[in-house]
Design a protein around this ligand. Structure first.
Ligand SMILES: [Zn+2]
Length: 173
């Protein structure tokens, strides 16, 4: 249900438009304006996820299409010179990403990858972020419907987190 006034919505949209052009910043601002709280660049987790939503047991990576080798993407074209160098480099990045995602899954974390190309133009970005919100709610509900999971589990640090404090949650304007 959308309970925002047109003014608020306009403000949100304006905030999104004027946000730091960095794709990660776009996602962070959007999450924050929608009430999600998170930590950044969690050093204690594989791959140092860009955004960590502990309550949702979810790590978000906002990936640049070139460096992370987004297959079939218009932003992922190997430079015409030193093709082998770039191919090897990007392939290594992709393998490392894959290892990190697997390691996170083993530790009980969900991983969501948001590609840079899914954040522009604005209409595409809006769809991406709305579907991110849906995915997070889905994860939240699904985690709580597991019959054998004690409801107090989340009061304790998750594996791979160096501590369980929520005080370090990042608040942004
Ligand atoms: Zn892409």
């Amino acid at each position: 249900m959308d309970t925002k006034s047109p003014q608020q919505r306009h403000k949100n949209m304006a905030a999104i438009r004027s946000a730091d052009t960095k794709p990660e910043m776009t996602v962070r601002r959007w999450l924050h304006s929608h009430g999600f709280r998170y930590r950044l660049n969690h050093r204690g987790l594989p791959g140092h996820p860009d955004i960590v939503l502990r309550k949702y047991r979810t790590c978000i990576f906002v990936n640049g299409c070139f460096w992370h080798g987004h297959e079939g993407c218009r932003y992922f074209r190997l430079p015409k010179t030193n093709v082998d160098f770039w191919r090897t480099k990007i392939e290594r990045n992709r393998e490392r990403d894959h290892r990190d995602y697997q390691a996170l899954a083993r530790l009980g974390w969900h991983t969501i990858v948001i590609w840079e190309c899914s954040l522009k133009p604005a209409s595409v970005r809006q769809r991406t972020l709305e579907s991110l919100e849906q995915t997070l709610y889905h994860i939240f509900l699904a985690d709580r419907q597991l019959p054998n999971r004690p409801s107090r589990t989340l009061q304790y640090p998750l594996h791979g987190e160096e501590d369980g404090t929520d005080e370090k949650l990042v608040a942004e304007p």
